[in-house]
Design a protein around this ligand. Structure first.
Ligand SMILES: Cc1cc2nc3c(=O)[nH]c(=O)nc-3n(C[C@H](O)[C@H](O)[C@H](O)COP(=O)(O)OP(=O)(O)OC[C@H]3O[C@@H](n4cnc5c(N)ncnc54)[C@H](O)[C@@H]3O)c2cc1C
Length: 319
């Protein structure tokens, strides 16, 4: 038995008893959009909020925990994640209308399903979610937004669990939303959100969602193995314009590429490693800094230990 396998098994043996599913050595490349990266030592799918809370209460605080949504904004590095990855299952995808114009949503519900549910109920304000391929927990964490609306504009309240398993009810001010960011500690887990919408016209809402879908297909590589916008737009500037201006459109390292279609998107052309993807992003970032003195901030969340990205960067970035 190798040392790595021994370590994983020893961590697995430290897992508290649960009602949901625990899996050792779970391949994360199968559950992220980029389809790269290594395994999580343990993957835990809680049965419900009580199961989640009990697990966190009993889990040693030395063990790192990361919550995965549907991996549309995530780069898992090649060596994987040492600790527990949490994933919310079916129990966390429920939606219900409250007080005519609010929707209570499980944080595991897909954004697109929330947009459709709202549309079918004749509620407007959530159409932007139809173009974001994540789940609500990820949308809260990232303050996801498109076409001028962000989560911060519709969130009324959020339920979250801290690393010690304590339940919190948060109001918008607690969330500290800003551009593609919220202030809640990274190891807290969102389980539910309440959003406020307005009464609208069903067919107008449907038309708006069709428009969004068409717009996305025309401008983004949505059928590729990608992670969405790689870098946040710096104040007053567009990340894609800066990347384009330094000649990085189409830049390739290994099997990772800066998209020709939208140069703030990184793409796994097939068989790329996470290190290739990170290296091509870093190369664009380096060029932008050199040319414009602007340091791009990674919007894509990266987990796991970096694997010699510097060395990779120096290996022939080519157009
Ligand atoms: C083709 C494409 C287009 C995109 N377009 C947009 C866009 O227009 N606007 C936009 O904002 N984003 C866009 N994205 C990025 C991405 O879809 C969003 O950031 C989305 O909100 C991420 O949700 P997720 O469930 O995939 O989260 P993941 O990628 O799995 O995780 C992202 C972060 O959220 C955290 N997280 C996930 N679930 C929870 C939870 N329950 N509790 C606490 N933390 C959690 C993770 O720990 C991680 O830090 C796009 C991505 C792609 C691939």
């Amino acid at each position: 038995m190798t040392l790595v396998v021994k370590k994983i098994l020893s961590l697995f043996e430290q897992m508290p008893a649960v009602e949901g599913r625990l899996r050792a050595d779970a391949d994360l490349s199968k559950v992220t959009w980029f389809q790269v990266g290594g395994s999580a030592d343990v993957l835990f799918k809680p049965k419900d909020e009580d199961d989640l809370s009990n697990f966190l209460i009993k889990l040693s605080t030395d063990i790192p925990v990361f919550t995965l949504g549907v991996g549309s904004n995530l780069l898992v590095r090649d060596d994987g994640f040492r600790g527990v990855v949490l994933r919310l299952g079916r129990e966390f995808t429920k939606m219900e209308i409250v007080n005519d114009t609010c929707i209570r949503i499980g944080a595991g519900a897909l954004d697109i399903n929330v947009a459709k549910f709202a549309g079918e109920a004749g509620l407007t304000g959530a159409e932007f979610l139809s173009g974001i391929p994540g789940a609500i927990g990820g949308a809260l964490r990232m303050n996801a937004g498109a076409y001028g609306t962000e989560m911060k504009d519709i969130v009324l309240s959020v339920v979250a669990y801290d690393r010690q398993g304590k339940r919190h009810e948060l109001c918008p001010a607690d969330m500290g939303f800003s551009y593609r960011h919220c202030d809640i500690p990274l190891d807290w887990i969102f389980t539910e959100a309440m959003i406020q919408l307005q009464k609208g016209n069903k067919s107008d809402i449907g038309e708006r969602m069709k428009e969004i879908s068409k717009n996305r297909e025309d401008s983004q590589p949505i059928k590729s193995r990608t992670g969405g916008s790689t870098f946040a737009n710096p104040e007053g500037k567009k990340a894609w314009e800066l990347i384009d201006a330094v000649g990085a459109r189409g830049l390739t390292i290994g099997n990772a590429q800066i998209s020709d279609k939208h140069c703030n998107f990184l793409i796994n052309k097939g068989g790329a490693t996470a290190a290739d993807i990170e290296a091509v992003g870093e190369e664009a970032r380096r060029r932008v800094f050199k040319e414009f003195d602007t340091l791009l901030r990674w919007e894509i969340v990266r987990i796991g230990d970096p694997l010699l990205p510097k060395e990779k960067q120096d290996q022939g970035a080519k157009k």
